[in-house]
Design a protein around this ligand. Structure first.
Ligand code: SF4
Length: 420
């Protein structure tokens, strides 16, 4: 799923900005509690990402490579991912604990729960998976049944990320989602009934047919439902998407950028007013409900990805699997690694990543720690850039702490260009 935005929280997504290009001046309050809260989230181990590429239908804003749902193909695919996990462990030595596991898609909640259980038991067989491992699964509201929710709970899933996107039926139809707004609340209630309390709800800003009242209604609705985690992404209309052409032909109208900027800034006020602290450009959580898996991407911790098109980071190198289903299946079934490319990062790239991924977080960067870690000479190259961003109101620099201002968050894609 997503990104703009929605699910698919592997690296390719995390590296792309999700907040778009607008100018809005705003005042921010430096909140020490954010850094303290972030420091207290302990994610010492590595993460495991498992990609499930199937969707019932394709949303018209989506540019991801997805596969139409087919039971036989899904069965073969799950077997192949298990084979890939076996193969990976026969070729690599991994030390430490797998303290987060993430099923992203696609629509992982489409596949039978037994597949998820089998994949998880393979992870447990191969990795040291502690009791308190955060195990997330992305779900679309229309696909969650009582049986599935119970089975997820039974096999150890601890967190569900629900792709609501909006509570407005017209917008849902305009973007081709295969669920109704009502199903979001129903799915949430059902998941809670089966024992899930750690639930994320994804929303998208800037959708067709969205206006100020509708967006305010979305914020109102999501806070009434009280999931402990909320993600707010901005729609990025990609030329490859059908929606881009529908908008270009005037079939759908999207709200203008200034309005969307204002609504985003409004969310930065509204959500903390309901107890949700912003901990990343697009992510808000009640205390203790930050997504530990996604934090690994922003904090550059190792995450090993499995399945088609998944991305991995082993602490030094980034690499990615083949994105084509046939190529992936034939390689894995023949006992050959499906890795398509691998690249060891040099020190400059590591520093660049540390800067732009760290700036995504509200806890921001610590200049002293950066200088100690990379050497004063290396970081000095970026000091001028960051100072000038500070003068332009894009970043706030206090003592050793640097983080984006709300204006910097709105212009984050441009800000990050300075570090890549
Ligand atoms: S649910 Fe929609 S947005 Fe998500 S991967 Fe499937 S088609 Fe793309």
């Amino acid at each position: 799923m997503h990104r703009v935005t929605e699910h698919r929280e592997d690296l390719s997504v995390v590296l792309r900005g999700s907040v778009a290009k607008f100018f809005v001046g705003a005042v921010i309050h430096w909140d020490r509690s954010v850094r303290e809260a972030m420091d207290s989230i302990n994610t010492p181990g590595f993460g495991v990402y498992i990609h499930i590429p199937f969707c019932r239908t394709k949303c018209n804003y989506c540019t991801f490579v997805i596969k139409p749902w087919r039971k036989d193909l899904a069965e073969r695919y799950s077997r192949a991912v298990i084979q890939e996990l076996d193969l990976f462990l026969s070729e690599n030595e991994v030390s430490g604990v797998a303290d987060t596991i993430y099923f992203g898609g696609g629509t992982p909640s489409l596949v039978p729960a037994e597949h998820i259980a089998a994949l998880l038991s393979t992870c447990r067989r191969h990795f040291d998976v502690p009791q308190n491992c955060e195990i997330s699964l992305e779900a679309n509201p229309g696909t969650v049944t009582a049986e599935k929710a119970a089975a997820y709970r039974g096999c150890g899933i601890t967190r569900i990320s629900l792709g609501a996107q909006t509570f407005d039926e017209r917008s849902l139809q305009a973007i081709g989602r295969d669920h109704t707004a009502g199903q979001v609340a129903t799915s949430l209630a059902l998941l809670r009934e089966k024992g899930f309390e750690n639930i994320n709800v994804d929303l998208i800003l800037g959708l067709p047919e969205q206006d100020e009242i509708q967006w305010a209604g979305n914020l109102e609705m999501v806070t009434q439902l009280e999931p402990p985690h909320i993600s707010v992404y901005m729609l990025e209309l990609e030329p490859k998407s059908p929606l881009y052409h529908l908008v270009a032909r005037g079939v759908h109208r999207v709200p203008d950028e200034d309005a969307v900027s204002d609504w985003y800034l409004g969310a930065l006020d509204h959500l903390p007013g309901h107890g949700y602290a912003q901990y990343e450009i697009s992510n808000f959580a009640l205390p203790g409900y930050e997504c530990r898996h996604n934090l690994k991407y922003w904090q550059r911790r190792p995450v090993f990805g499995f399945g088609i098109g998944s991305h991995s980071f082993d602490g030094r190198a980034r690499y990615a699997n083949l994105a084509g289903m046939n190529a992936y299946l034939s390689r894995v079934e023949a006992g050959i690694s499906p890795v398509e490319w691998r690249r060891v990062l040099d020190e400059k790239e590591e520093l660049g990543e540390t800067l732009f991924l760290g700036l995504r977080l509200r806890s921001g960067l610590n200049w002293e720690e950066l200088s100690e870690g990379f050497g004063a000479e290396q970081v000095a190259e970026y000091e001028k850039t960051l100072r000038s961003m500070s003068n332009d109101g894009l970043v706030e620099w206090r003592d050793s702490s640097i983080r984006l201002t709300p204006r910097g968050m709105l212009l984050s894609n441009e800000v990050f260009q300075a570090f890549v």
